[in-house]
Design a protein around this ligand. Structure first.
Ligand SMILES: [Zn+2]
Length: 316
């Protein structure tokens, strides 16, 4: 895994990591004598390294605020290492954090059979059993404006999309937007919540901000137009899922029936199985309770096994 700090423009910096599942980015907006951190990382070791690296790179304006873009652990499990600060998140994100914390991830890694095997394969580089959850201290709905050492910052909840609450952090003065997992640059998006249409709308809202530098939750810092690749993938999944649902194809058969085409080369392509499940749930007039985490990881584990047998992936 490669990780390091990056200066973007004006007050805006990022900590960018490259790798697979759970290897996420953070942002730092360093104003006059005060900073705002966008997200922490998946465990203590990665978060400690990120905080030290950003402090050395961006100076020591103390962090007064942490914004968690959403409730997946790779964006908030390290919060305890930034004590005595205001931690802000959208209300939907806090619901997700309460539902799935370090204890649930520890249990997932210890799960028997194919689910545990898959979880240990994708999350084996992280440690969750020594974490103390530090939940946000301030929630917001829709929109929140902050000033960080003289720099205006706007938080916009564009969820539910990737998760139940998805906050983008926009610094209008510097033309920089931190978008969390609304963008997986060079990767396969994963629809935990949906609806897919909301995610596509979120991408349009990002384009409408007028920012030109985009920091994704995963992948390299990119021009803002990278959101169009998310729209292309989400449109594709919605169309492929809708045609199979309309034809009465069981969900269990749907993923293997889809030719990913241009998207086949993206890492973590097995997320297609979960993304189609989200489309099927949206179309079903009586969808029933949503599947739990182990069930969702199980369907991706099964699909990855099918892909490997068919030689559809290179094993990433
Ligand atoms: Zn993430």
């Amino acid at each position: 895994m490669i990780a390091g700090p990056s200066f973007l423009r004006g007050a805006c910096h990022a900590w960018v990591q490259s790798g697979g599942w759970g290897v996420s980015n953070t942002g730092l907006i360093a104003g006059d004598g005060e900073s705002l951190l966008v997200d922490t990382l998946f465990d203590l070791a990665h978060t400690r390294r990120m905080l030290d690296g950003l402090a050395a790179h961006a100076g020591h304006a103390p962090i007064g605020t942490v914004v968690n873009t959403h409730g997946n652990g790779d964006h908030w499990f390290g919060n305890e290492l930034v004590p005595d600060v205001e931690i802000v998140a959208a209300a939907g994100s806090i619901e997700d954090m309460r539902a799935v914390g370090p204890r649930e991830l520890t249990a997932l890694l210890a799960a028997p059979g194919r689910v545990g095997e898959y979880a240990r394969d994708i999350f084996g580089a992280f440690r969750f059993d020594d974490l103390t959850p530090a939940l946000p201290t301030r929630s917001f709905d829709d929109r929140l404006e902050l000033t960080v050492g003289g720099v205006d910052v706007e938080l916009i909840d564009v969820g539910p999309a990737h998760t139940r609450g998805d906050t983008i952090v926009h610094c209008p003065r510097d033309g920089v937007v931190y978008v969390g997992d609304i963008v997986f640059a060079g990767g396969t998006p994963i629809v935990w919540a949906g609806p897919v249409g909301n995610w596509i709308d979120a991408c349009e809202r990002i384009l409408g901000l007028g920012a030109d530098i985009l920091v994704p939750g995963h992948g390299p810092v990119s021009p803002v137009e990278v959101v169009r690749t998310m729209v292309d993938y989400l449109d594709f999944v919605r169309a492929e899922g809708t045609s199979r649902w309309s034809a009465g194809m069981p969900l269990a058969d749907a993923a293997a029936d889809v030719d990913l085409g241009l998207f086949a080369g993206l890492p973590e392509s097995e997320r297609l199985a979960l993304n189609l499940a989200a489309v099927y749930r949206e179309l079903d007039p009586e969808p029933g309770p949503p599947p739990d985490g182990p069930a969702l990881f199980g369907c991706m584990a099964d699909f990855r096994a099918i892909q490997r047998m068919a030689g559809l992936t290179c094993g990433g």
